[in-house]
Design a protein. Structure first.
Length: 226
């Protein structure tokens, strides 16, 4: 009887916590894994493996939130890729404004270059704003922009895109001439399926896509990812 009571208390706490998390998401948003149960996450800004070398403000859990409209579009993409034994991996989705502010603050400390060798070896930190890699406002904060790649379903291994996520440099541009034909083909495969279901690309970053018909075009949100 005591064990049953403890189990009941734990389950009550779990569902209460889940409900609490849901209540922190504005109407019109959803956790991506609730729409796409087999989605794979690699939420870099929750941890230290990112271009700043530290966890980013506003990322309290390694999860992804998107507008419901964007999530449903991604579901169609996932279904098509799954039919080819492929799938999506998500690096970032909704990004609170406080995270963008964290990037801005970091960018102004020019001697903080702990992750330069891996993420921006050929770009001076002082030029990250000028070259468009960091901005004071991000489309991610509107809730319908996502950073992602394609993986092989069986192995969960990423297909070769020619540069890693968040690599700041020409090699990450869609029209880069410094990648192989196979890498160009892989980028085009991602671009084609994303455009088919209503997303547009960003020329400087092969991983970055925004829903054309985004529901909150002029609103920049700041609720935490939790």
């Amino acid at each position: 009887m005591k064990k049953l009571l403890i189990s009941f208390i734990l389950l009550t706490a779990y569902f209460s916590n889940a409900q609490s998390q849901k209540s922190n998401i504005p109407k019109g948003f959803t956790y991506l894994h609730e729409v796409i149960p087999n989605i794979v996450y690699d939420i870099r800004y929750y941890g230290t493996y990112n271009f700043t070398g530290s966890p980013i403000d506003g990322y309290e859990r390694p999860t992804a939130i998107l507008s419901i409209r964007a999530a449903q579009a991604l579901l169609n993409i996932q279904k098509e890729l799954n039919s080819r034994d492929l799938g999506l991996k998500i690096f970032d989705a909704y990004r609170p404004q406080r995270a963008v502010n964290h990037f801005i603050k970091w960018a102004r400390v020019l001697n903080d270059t702990i992750a330069k060798r891996e993420f921006y070896p050929l770009v001076e930190k002082k030029d990250l704003f000028k070259k468009g890699y960091i901005a004071t406002r991000s489309g991610h904060s509107r809730g319908s922009t996502v950073d992602l790649t394609i993986i092989v379903l069986k192995t969960k291994k990423e297909i070769d895109m020619g540069s890693p996520f968040d690599f700041f440099g020409e090699k990450s541009h869609h029209n880069s001439v410094n990648i192989t034909n196979e890498q160009k083909k892989n980028r085009q495969a991602l671009k084609s399926v994303m455009e088919k279901y209503g997303f547009r690309s960003y020329s400087e970053e092969w991983w970055h896509y925004t829903l054309n018909n985004e529901p909150y075009k002029n609103t920049y949100f700041d609720f935490p990812v939790q």
